[in-house]
Design a protein around this ligand. Structure first.
Ligand code: IPM
Ligand code: MG
Length: 374
């Protein structure tokens, strides 16, 4: 029997509500540890506004140390209007960005899957999105999010100047492209690398290095590599999204394109994500799993939040951190079955369906899990 250590960082807004439903799933799995051979120990810590209120900083050094030591981190959400006026360096989001940077989680996997039960909740026509299964691989520790110089300065003429730097090195591009090619090889074997090589030098380098990795390391992988400008990619995502299998792109373009891809699936409340670091000698990677949605202050505490993105993020943890593919498939299957049964949280509610609270939804997933192992 092996025991994995999970660090739970529920964070702000609806974060704690959706995390409570994941805890239900963890308990369910622990009750089956005699079958799976794995159990989980969990520890709760604070991040974001919650940590600012308690500790004065968006994440403490101790919590970062615990994240570094954990087998995986699950994060709910960080941020909210209460902390919007804080100086930039003290904002809740800095807690999340520090975790990404300190754990070197350079590859962010954001799958966008459209369940057929939800195809009518998409902003696009059913035929454009039904069966959609895209994976966006976003670079997460470089680019304009972290580039130097950055800041706001006063100019002599009385104006102010805000500056951020888009910067990438060979190794930063190559390592994330490798992960994307390997994931594509296990899917439909189509990889699209996205940048703005028509206006940015960092984009020219991105395109060259993506091609280099492909030509030198994966020429016989069976994967097909294409390149696309980011603006065109945004347009193609809303025109004909099913043309894509895996997209690999930088931090900022990945942030934007993944929000667009998310909405194609019907709701931001459905999308999980995994952020992975480099594999060590034993093949294990630092990893953080979080829903793509934010803290949703407008619906906090009302039982309206959809916990499926958070639960789906835990399914990704089972798959990528713990090699528990069967359990991950079962959990993903339970999510799909709940939707097939017409159970819906407010964000995906449709006529004739059964309205569920956050807690109802979590319990419905457990019921499906029970049925799947019965
Ligand atoms: C995301 C979010 C974050 C980002 C924010 C909260 C810092 O939008 O994970 O997509 O911009 O990366
Ligand atoms: Mg975002």
């Amino acid at each position: 029997m092996s025991t994995y250590n999970l660090l739970l960082l529920p964070g702000d807004g609806i974060g704690p509500e959706v995390m409570a439903e994941v805890k239900r799933v963890i308990e369910w799995l622990n009750a089956r540890s005699n079958v799976t051979g794995h159990s989980f120990s969990v520890e709760d810590e604070m991040v974001g506004g919650a940590s600012i209120d308690a500790n004065g900083v968006p994440i403490t050094d101790e919590t970062v140390d615990k994240a570094l030591a954990a087998d995986a981190v699950l994060l709910g959400a960080a941020g909210g209007p209460k902390w919007d006026e804080l100086p930039f360096e003290q904002k809740p989001e800095r807690g999340l960005l520090r975790l990404r940077k300190d754990l070197e989680l350079f590859a962010n996997l954001r799958p966008a899957i459209c369940y057929s039960a939800l195809a009518d909740a998409s902003s696009l026509k059913r035929e454009l999105v039904e069966g959609l299964d895209i994976l966006i691989v976003r670079e997460l520790t470089g680019g304009v999010y972290f580039g130097e110089p950055r800041g706001i300065t006063e100019l002599e003429n009385g104006e102010r100047r805000g500056i951020n730097t888009q910067v990438y090195t060979t190794s930063e591009i190559r390592r994330v492209v490798r992960i994307a090619v390997e994931l594509a090889a296990k899917r439909q074997a189509k990889l699209c690398s996205v940048e703005k090589a028509n206006v940015m030098e960092s984009g020219v380098l991105w395109r060259q290095e993506a091609q280099w990795v492909f030509d030198n390391e994966y020429a016989s992988s069976g994967v097909e590599l294409s390149h696309m400008y980011a603006d065109n990619c945004a347009m193609q995502l809303v025109r004909a999204p099913k043309q894509f299998d895996v997209i690999v792109t930088d931090n900022l373009f990945g942030d934007m394109l993944s929000d667009a891809a998310a909405m194609l699936t019907g709701s931001l409340g459905m999308l999980p994500s995994a952020s992975l670091g480099a594999a060590d000698e034993s093949g294990t990677r630092k990893a953080l799993y979080e829903p793509v949605h934010g803290s949703a202050p407008d619906i906090t505490g009302m039982g309206l939040a959809n916990p499926l993105a958070m639960i789906g993020s835990f399914a990704m943890a089972l798959r990528y951190s713990f090699d528990m593919g069967d359990e991950a498939d079962r959990l993903d299957g339970a999510i799909a079955n709940v939707l097939e049964r017409g159970i819906r949280t407010a964000d995906i509610m449709q006529d004739g369906m059964q309205k569920a609270s956050t807690e109802d939804m979590g319990k419905a997933v457990i019921k499906e899990l029970d049925a799947l192992v019965a």
